[in-house]
Design a protein around this ligand. Structure first.
Ligand code: KIV
Length: 274
């Protein structure tokens, strides 16, 4: 049984106030069942476009569309999360113009009850972030390694190793802060730069592969649960669910093949109905 007590709904303002406080906790969720399990333990639940790779078998987040994001966000909404409920804007849903971004982001809020949206980009998306925030849509920014941009950047590369990349990252962080984002994900950023950016800007940073220097941390839940064969350096497997599922399914298959499942206790008799 969980030892976590019920709490009131976390707001964007609550997250903003976590700057320089105790680190806050964020995880991804794509379904009501997972959201229900995670919600008592986390401050932020993100319906990430990583759903494309984690659940739908794509090799990147690029194919994910608005329909899939809305489907999964509606599912998470049914768990009624107390944590801040953030939904990713998928590739192609916000880059063309601030108007397009507003149309799609407002759809996300209306259709799913999300508290905020997340979008990738720093300097290039600052005007769009400002446009959304001024019209009542809270935005979590996402800079550093941007999975939606891997076709252009040449793959999943850690960022901040050259002076040019450091300068660009600092400029991105300043731009999203000034544009009114309430927090910013730093993905795949080397530790000294993540530390520097966290000290430099007024909004909380949320690290994924960006060191403990960040104000909060996020992971893809299936990574921390150990559902994948491959474990990137920045992930810790807090459980070994892949092995657990494999063993459970092997036991089930063996029991069925030997007619050991279902047993008498698992069969409905037609006499007294139990
Ligand atoms: O899509 C996602 O899950 C994300 C987080 C891991 C930051 O963007």
């Amino acid at each position: 049984m969980s030892s976590v007590r019920p709490r009131r709904k976390t707001s964007v303002t609550d997250i903003r106030r976590r700057k320089d406080g105790d680190p806050f906790v964020c995880l991804t969720a794509y379904t009501a069942m997972m959201a229900e399990i995670l919600d008592p333990h986390v401050d932020v639940l993100l319906v990430g476009d990583s759903v494309g790779t984690v659940l739908h078998g794509h090799d990147s987040t690029i194919p994910v569309g608005m329909d899939e994001m809305l489907l999964h966000a509606r599912s998470v909404a049914r768990a009624n999360p107390n944590s801040l409920f953030v939904v990713d804007m998928p590739f192609g849903s916000y880059e063309a113009s601030a108007d397009v971004a507003f149309k799609n982001a407002s759809l996300v809020l209306k259709e799913t009850g999300a508290d905020a949206v997340k979008l990738e980009g720093g300097v290039t998306q600052a005007d769009t972030i400002r446009f959304l925030v001024e019209r009542g849509i809270p935005v979590m920014a996402h800079i550093g390694l941007r999975p939606q941009a891997v076709r252009a950047t040449g793959g999943y590369r850690i960022v901040g190793k050259t002076q040019e990349e450091c300068d660009a990252l600092r400029a991105d962080a300043d731009a999203v802060d000034a544009a009114g984002a309430f927090s910013v994900v730093l993905e795949g950023v080397v530790e000294p730069v993540a530390r520097e950016i966290t000290a430099q800007i007024d909004i909380p940073t949320i690290g994924i592969g960006a060191s403990p220097a960040c104000d909060g941390q996020i992971l893809v839940t299936e990574d921390l649960l150990g559902m994948f064969d491959r474990t990137p350096k920045f992930v810790r497997r807090f459980a070994q669910l892949r092995e657990t599922i494999d063993a459970a399914v092997a036991d089930y298959a063996a029991a069925v093949r030997k007619r050991q499942f279902p047993s008498d206790a698992e069969v409905y008799a037609n006499d007294n109905g139990d």
